[in-house]
Design a protein around this ligand. Sequence first.
Ligand SMILES: O=C(O)CCC(=O)C(=O)O
Length: 270
Amino acid sequence: MPRPARYSSAQHDAFAQAFDRDSLVVLRDHLPLEKLAAWREAFEPLLAAQIAREKDDPNRGAQRFYVSLPFAAPFCDPDFFEDEDILAIVERVAGPQPVMCQLASDTPLKGSDYQAWHADTPALFPGVHGNDTPSFQLAVNFPLCDVTDDNGPFETTLGTHRMDRHDAMEGLANGSIAQHRYKMKLGDVMIRDVRAIHRGTPNRTDEPRPMVVIGYSRRWLFRPEVSIRVPASQWQQLSPRAQQLLRFNPVVPDEQAANGDVESYRAFAF
Ligand SMILES: O=C(O)CCC(=O)C(=O)O
């Protein structure tokens, strides 16, 4: 059973309203610190393996690594992916019965640079002017360390999730759309619409800055470029709600469950 909600239904409504306006909300001091320490420890060897695999060709820019996380302890914890407050906000902004489609991380190291401004998904109807639909693809992001000015804070724009991409880029270029930088503490969570124009920034420290991403899609959206391989033994133990969240993902024999390099998520900027 996940932890009980910290916020009331009226507060969830207020978060959802702010999200619709801005493209994101941040829940401060939300996640359990001791569990995040276990995530960080389990993450280190996965990052090292990904760096060894990709070192000459990182797919998100210099010294910036995307690492899929296996659906195994400590990462398969309902206190994270079935968090009552996060799901309440996700369901308000992306509709009922969302799909959990991604469990991964983005980590800039020293030597990383500013990414080009981008969205993480193409428009729902490419070629049609405008983008003003309700949300259909969300990222829940939380860091495995404090995020400061020095180690690669996320920069984004507010309101561009519902704007035509060309108009948003023009506004950024001419200064009519402001850039916002998000420093985060360990335990903070950001829920964001991946259509908003954003970028990663350089990590100038010697320590990696891992940022977890749990992806949730509107109930009819299937994203073949990401997936979570759910070990059969884990599937049996999941709550009915967790099974519903994970319904579009492959359930595989336990020994085939390590995500490793199976995700083909190399195109990331639209
Ligand atoms: O890690 C970050 O701060 C953002 C990364 C990002 O936007 C991406 O790789 O698509």
